[in-house]
Design a protein around this ligand. Structure first.
Ligand SMILES: [Zn+2]
Length: 447
């Protein structure tokens, strides 16, 4: 069903520019010219007085953490980043079963949509339920109405066999969601799902396993997505394995040839940063998670140019909040404009466009004719003028998830008047709370 977004002031995000006229999302889910006589059944969103922007994309997320908020903390407080993983997240992911993975996907994707996020690049782990886990996650995401890039974060922390199972899951999903060979991406709407090959982090993977991830990425023509140098531990581990640093390990294994996506990169040295930037590797920035885990600040963001993207790392689905944290943390570190943070939002759009095989001129964030019609309507009450030039400053000091009124994703209205379409919010809350109780008791049973 087509969607007509009538009135309002629309701005493309990459690059920021005003878009003249109404937006029209055709039956194919692509943006086009509104017909003079909209056909019967067209959904109308009256955006008069509103701002209209492209739907945001989270470049690195963990939907499996959607039921974690408010859970009891570990008996003894973690003393290091690795202990945070061991005592919290590696217990949570082991406690996930099929039903909880699907519920996490649905709850997490609905939360993101309600914040105006239409695309999620996810990094999934559920070691007790690996085979088919990405399908279960996808069922939840599709029910919510979002678009996503999925992978399983393979690791050997439960042994090499478990690593192979994780890799097989990413490969199975990549095969199932491969783009047609003769894909005419100029005209075809992107699918709801795309794939990557996932790895947890270099410190839980040996050299042969890293090489296996790289080979799988090449086979399926997708990026390898893993955490790298999030904390100092990853660098110490690389040295212990005889490499100069994490980047050398990844380069030797062939991971960096396929435009890898590295999450965090907080502890990369200046030479590593230059090498990664020269190779066009994606780096994702998650300042809230970095602060929460006390791992440090990624100082070299400028070096990556257009290939730095913004993620939330499982904190929640609110990319506006992440952008605010990114802005203030950046300003604390040095004098830089809000345009910098806007460019990271644009990085997320570009990363997703690449994953879905879209040409940049018709990618996410462009609002160009033929681009995906993933759009957010903001009831933005900014008292001052908004134009393409000061949009990043409205992002820094004004716009937030509370302004999100309507969201169109994958050719469908997913949020209307701040309510998820087709979902009973009260029932969803009950289901989420029950699922969380079950998850937390399964975690407690793991000891
Ligand atoms: Zn992460």
């Amino acid at each position: 069903m087509a969607v007509w977004i009538r009135g309002g002031r629309a701005f493309a995000g990459d690059p920021p520019r005003a878009v003249v006229g109404d937006l029209w999302v055709g039956d194919d889910g692509l943006l086009g010219v509104p017909p003079t006589e909209p056909p019967a059944g067209t959904e109308l969103l009256d955006a008069e007085g509103c701002l209209v922007l492209p739907g945001l994309v989270i470049a690195h997320h963990h939907l499996y953490s959607a039921l974690a908020r408010g859970m009891p903390g570990p008996a003894a407080p973690p003393r290091s980043f690795v202990e945070i993983l061991e005592k919290v997240w590696w217990r949570l992911d082991r406690a996930l079963d099929r039903e909880l993975v699907e519920l996490s996907g649905r709850v997490g994707a609905l939360e993101a949509l309600s914040c105006g996020v239409t695309g999620i690049v996810d990094h999934h782990a559920s070691p007790s339920f690996v085979d088919g886990s990405l399908d279960a996650l996808a069922v939840g995401i599709e029910a919510a109405g979002a678009r996503a890039v999925l992978c399983y974060e393979a690791t050997n922390r439960h042994g090499h066999e478990a690593f192979l199972a994780g890799l097989a899951e990413s490969e199975r999903f990549a095969r199932a969601h491969a783009r047609p060979v003769a894909d005419d991406s100029a005209r075809r709407a992107p699918a709801r799902f795309a794939a990557m090959v996932g790895g947890h982090a270099p410190f839980t993977l040996d050299d042969a396993e890293l090489a296996a991830l790289a080979a799988a990425g090449r086979t399926h023509g997708v990026a390898v997505h893993l955490h790298a140098a999030e904390a100092a531990h990853d660098q110490k581990d690389a040295e212990a394995r005889g490499a100069r640093n994490v980047t050398e390990r990844l380069r030797r294994a062939g991971v960096l040839e396929g435009r890898a996506v590295l999450a965090h990169g907080v502890h990369l040295g200046p030479q590593e940063v230059s090498a990664l930037a020269a190779l066009g590797v994606w780096v994702t920035h998650q300042p809230r998670s970095n602060m929460n885990n006390r791992v440090g600040y990624i100082a070299a963001t400028d070096a990556y140019g257009a290939r730095l993207a913004l993620g939330t790392d499982g904190i929640n689905g609110d990319l506006w909040d992440e952008a605010h944290a990114a802005f203030f943390r950046l300003r604390e570190a040095r004098d830089a404009g809000a345009e910098r943070v806007w460019s990271w939002l644009a990085g997320s759009w570009r990363l997703a466009s690449e994953a879905f095989g879209l040409e940049p001129a018709r990618g996410f964030g462009t609002l160009a004719h033929g681009a995906p019609g993933d759009v957010v309507v903001l009831d933005y009450d900014g008292a001052t003028e908004v134009h393409a030039g000061n949009l990043p400053w409205h992002l820094a000091f004004g716009m937030s998830a509370r302004h999100v009124r309507d969201v169109v994703a994958c050719g469908r209205v997913a949020v209307r008047e701040r309510r998820p379409v087709g979902h009973d919010v009260a029932a969803l809350r009950r289901e989420g709370a029950e699922g969380a109780r079950r998850l937390w008791s399964r975690m407690a049973a793991l000891g």
